[in-house]
Structure formats: C-alpha cells, structure tokens
Design a protein around this ligand. Structure first.
Ligand SMILES: NC(=O)c1ccc[n+]([C@@H]2O[C@H](COP(=O)([O-])OP(=O)(O)OC[C@H]3O[C@@H](n4cnc5c(N)ncnc54)[C@H](O)[C@@H]3O)[C@@H](O)[C@H]2O)c1
Length: 255
C-alpha cells in the first residue's frame, strides 16, 4: 500500500491503459479522480471496483482538450479528497493519417487531446502541488512514438514528441518544488485504440513478429510502471521516459 493517503487524477481513465492505471493506483492505496468523456456506466463500474479495493474513486466527465475542464478535475480532487499528489496525463487519440492528407481539423484535435491536455494538466496539477508544499508526481503516458517515426500517423507522433519535451522541460522547472515529471512510453498494448489491428490476424502476426517479446502488452503491464513511478521507489527519477515496449524500438526498423 505504498500510495496510501495519496490522491491521483487519471485522464481518459475508464478504458484501456487508463482503467488499468486507476485500478493499480487504487490497489496501492490511492484515492482516484477518474476523468472520462463517454460511457458513464463504465466509470460507475470502475468506481465500484475501486471501492471493493477499499479506496474511493470519483468519476468526473471532462474533455481534457479544454483547460476549463482540466480545472474541473483538479477542483474535484481537492473538494473530495483535500489534495492532489499524482497527475496521470493518459487521455489520447490518433487519426492514422499521413503528413500529406491530415486535415487542419484532425491536426488540431490530435494535438489538443494529446499534447495541450498534458501541458495544461501538468500546469494545473503543479500549481496545486506547489500550494500543498509536499511535492508530487506528474506522469505522462507518451509512446515509443515520442521518438520513433510512424509513417501514416504524423500528428500522433508530433504530439507524443511534444510530450517528450514537456516531460523533460517541466521536470527541470518543477524540480525545486520536488515535483517529479516522468513519461511512460508503451509500445503496442491490447486496448480499444488498437482494435482495428487486433481484429486483423495478418496485421497481428506482423506486429507480434516485430516485438522481441513476441506479443502486445496487457494494460496492466503499463499500469505497474506508472504505479512504480508514483511511489517511493522512484524518488530519484525525473525528466525521462521509461519505455515499456517489449523491446520493440530496439529491433524493428518500422512496422
Ligand atoms: N494502446 C497502445 O498500443 C498505446 C501505445 C502507446 C501509447 N498509448 C497511449 O496510451 C494512452 C491510452 O490509450 P489506450 O491505449 O488505453 O486507448 P483508449 O482509446 O482505450 O484510451 C484513450 C482514452 O482517452 C480518452 N479520451 C480521448 N479524448 C479525450 C478527451 N478529449 N477528454 C478526455 N478523455 C479523452 C478516451 O475516451 C479513452 O478513455 C493514450 O495516450 C495512447 O496514445 C497507447
């Protein structure tokens, strides 16, 4: 129970990796604000799962591409639990479009949901943590594509590359306040974002063959890294990203 008494916000928290993070932080004793934009019933079910672990979770509907909605999340944490210790900027999306055919609207959407949300999520969480004077952890769910080009997914790569520099720069700025900022960079994880690939046996075989560990990750295998970074064992880790990719980018020239 290394996160007992801690309070976390997880954006995009009712599906995939976000859901696994909510459950893992709760398993470690944290109370959690679950941000979501759709499927309130999934959030309610998750709140019950967290309660069964002995903690509290509160679902808050908020579109993280809007700063006012991010403010709502921090306010909800403070109102319900009195503080904020862990901010997980997890919400994300992609359009799978190339540099040649991405529209202005697609560009803006991906950059706003992935990068703007992490920037202002970091800013607002840090302001609250500074008020509390007891440090904190900000964890950005980036991707191997923070550094590794993915042709046909340009705006996504751009957003994750931006999150990489957000993580490093904010970490240096916030270090005097004992706020540690890190990234977790998954490779391929079995979640709704990959549904099209997962429903295509040939694409799955290609993907598995490109990953040294021979398979996609389960969401829990990303959540456990986040819980580590949120805990005491990671007290000297900041301004960097931990890749949890089964060795993918070391071995594959691209998929
Ligand atoms: N699954 C993978 O292979 C993989 C690999 C690398 C990185 N990631 C990253 O992991 C994170 C989680 O993705 P996932 O794989 O669990 O997929 P997912 O589609 O299940 O999760 C994305 C979540 O973000 C939420 N979201 C989207 N727009 C939002 C908005 N405007 N406001 C609030 N929430 C919003 C969605 O509702 C969803 O809950 C994303 O940032 C994604 O880029 C995933």
């Amino acid at each position: 129970m290394q996160l007992k008494e801690k309070v976390a916000i997880v954006t995009g928290g009712n599906t995939g990796i976000g859901k696994a993070i909510v459950l893992e932080l709760a398993r470690q004793g944290a109370n959690v604000i679950i941000d979501y934009i759709s499927h309130p019933e999934a959030t309610e079910e998750l709140e019950k799962q967290v309660a069964a672990l002995g903690d509290r979770a509160i679902g808050v509907e908020a579109d993280v591409s809007k700063v006012a909605d991010l403010e709502k999340l921090v306010a909800a944490a403070v109102k319900a639990f009195g503080r904020l210790d862990i901010m997980v900027n997890n919400a994300g999306m992609e359009t799978r479009t190339s540099v040649l055919d991405t529209t202005e609207q697609q560009y803006e959407k991906v950059l706003e949901v992935n990068l703007k949300s992490a920037f202002f999520g970091t800013q607002l969480a840090a302001r609250q943590m500074i008020k509390q004077k007891s440090g904190g952890r900000i964890i950005n769910i980036t991707s191997v594509h923070e550094d590794w080009p993915m042709p046909g997914n340009t705006a996504y790569c751009l957003s994750k590359g931006g999150m990489r520099m957000l993580t490093r720069t904010a970490a240096v700025e916030l270090a005097p306040h004992k706020i540690l900022v890190t990234g977790v960079g998954p490779g391929a994880v079995a979640t709704p974002i990959n549904l099209t690939t997962m429903q295509n046996p040939a694409a799955m075989a290609r993907l598995d063959a490109a990953i040294p560990l021979g398979r996609m990750a389960e969401p829990q295998e990303i959540a456990s890294v986040v819980a580590f970074l949120a805990g005491d064992g990671a007290s000297y880790i900041t301004a960097t990203t931990i890749l949890a990719d089964g060795g993918l980018i070391q071995s594959s020239p691209g998929l």
